[in-house]
Design a protein around this ligand. Structure first.
Ligand code: OSB
Ligand code: MG
Length: 369
């Protein structure tokens, strides 16, 4: 297809409660939604997962907006024929900016699937119609508050709990959750807050039988993660470090990761995400789908990805109401711990016009020249 226009919608959504990680507190979600308008096919929507500040990754909303406007959208609109599998190649000349690229690829994918009348799950080769739903719990003000919050999520039906940790908020909160809830599926995410000098503390976590510890060390240090993997019984799982299929293959080969968190935005899109799934599966490495406080658009697409056979652990795909009182799409629901995989043509969700109008703070319309 040829792309006539790309719209960039910046939205601002309040969160139901602040979300605190080792890299800071999110009080609201500022996000970019992109809409591609093909000459000869239905329009498609994509979502950029970059956060407002460059604290989780080098990308952030304002930077992604500039890169899409000045570089990526013009490249896309200059191409005579665009398909989901060729977007990454078209945009390759721009170094990095994977989250911005992923948003465009996602919108092209949505447009093409709507044109084909095919669901994303079918296109991917998904093997399930629903996926188990886990929840990511931020750092709380106190241990009792954490225990209460996790209790609420368990009551709602979430089948796996992940808590954010950082130095000073690790062994105690995990011990408190084991004490309160016994043998629930539990894992922790450090968002790079530790160094190898903390190995002794992290080893204390071994006695709790966690599913995994996510991204304990620096994003760019596979060697130290491999070293830490040897020191811990808890499986090390990389998030931030896995920026591509090549990085995933390296991490596996080096013994730096025993599980992989796949976030399509972080790796440049769903096509690359599926490549990582395939590589991991061929190597017997389990994967799960991470989350980036997505709106219903990204949440629907992630549910389809997580329905591939290598996704053997519950992901951070929770219901819309985990983060948003009012999502911009029909809300994604969790029932008895499950999220339905959308089976409509396209990615499976689109913004509701009235909600979109309410939360939009800026729209840029870019046209082919
Ligand atoms: O590290 O997995 C992470 C949210 C924003 C940025 C990074 C992370 C997270 C989460 C939330 O843990 C996952 C979700 O969207 O449910
Ligand atoms: Mg993480």
């Amino acid at each position: 297809m040829r792309i006539d226009a790309v719209e960039v919608h910046r939205v601002r959504l309040p969160l139901v409660s602040p979300f605190t990680t080792s890299f800071g507190t999110q009080e609201e979600r500022v996000a970019l939604l992109v809409r591609v308008v093909p000459a000869d096919a239905p329009a498609g929507w994509g979502e950029c997962v970059a956060l407002a500040d460059p604290f989780y990754s080098s990308e952030h909303v304002a930077g992604a907006q500039v890169v899409i406007r000045d570089y990526l959208a013009p490249l896309l609109m200059a191409a005579p024929d665009v398909h989901p599998q060729t977007v990454a190649v078209l945009l390759e000349h721009v170094v990095g900016h994977r989250m911005a690229k992923a948003a465009l690829e996602m919108a092209v994918l949505d447009a093409e699937l709507r044109e084909l009348g095919q669901s994303f799950a079918t296109w991917l080769g998904a093997t399930r119609t629903r996926v188990p739903s886990g929840v990511s719990v931020g750092i709380q003000a106190s241990i009792p508050q954490l225990v209460d919050q996790v209790g609420e999520y368990l009551d709602q039906g979430y089948v796996r709990i992940k808590i954010k940790i950082r130095p000073g908020w690790d062994v105690e909160p995990v011990a408190a959750l084991r004490e309160a809830y016994g043998d629930i599926p539990l894992q922790v995410d450090a968002n790079s807050a530790y160094t190898l000098a903390d190995a002794a503390t992290l080893r204390e976590l071994d006695r709790f039988g966690l599913l995994l510890i996510e991204q304990p060390l620096y994003e760019d240090d596979l060697r130290l993660h491999a070293r830490l993997t040897e020191l811990l019984e808890t499986p090390v799982c990389l998030d931030e470090s896995v920026v591509s299929a090549r990085a995933a293959a390296d991490a596996i080969a080096l013994g730096a990761t025993r599980v992989i968190n796949i976030k399509p935005g972080r790796v440049g899109g769903y096509v690359e995400a599926r490549r990582i799934h395939d590589i991991a599966r061929a190597n017997g490495v389990p994967v799960w789908c991470g989350g980036m406080l997505e709106t219903g658009i990204g949440r629907a697409a992630n549910a389809a990805l997580a329905a591939l056979p290598g996704f053997t652990l519950p992901g951070d795909i929770s219901a819309s109401d985990r983060f948003y009182r009012r999502d911009i799409t029909e809300p994604v629901r969790m029932v008895d711990g499950w999220i339905e995989v959308p089976d409509r043509p396209g990615l499976g969700a689109e913004p509701l016009e009235d909600v979109l109008a309410e939360v939009t703070e800026d729209v840029e319309v870019l046209r082919a020249r």
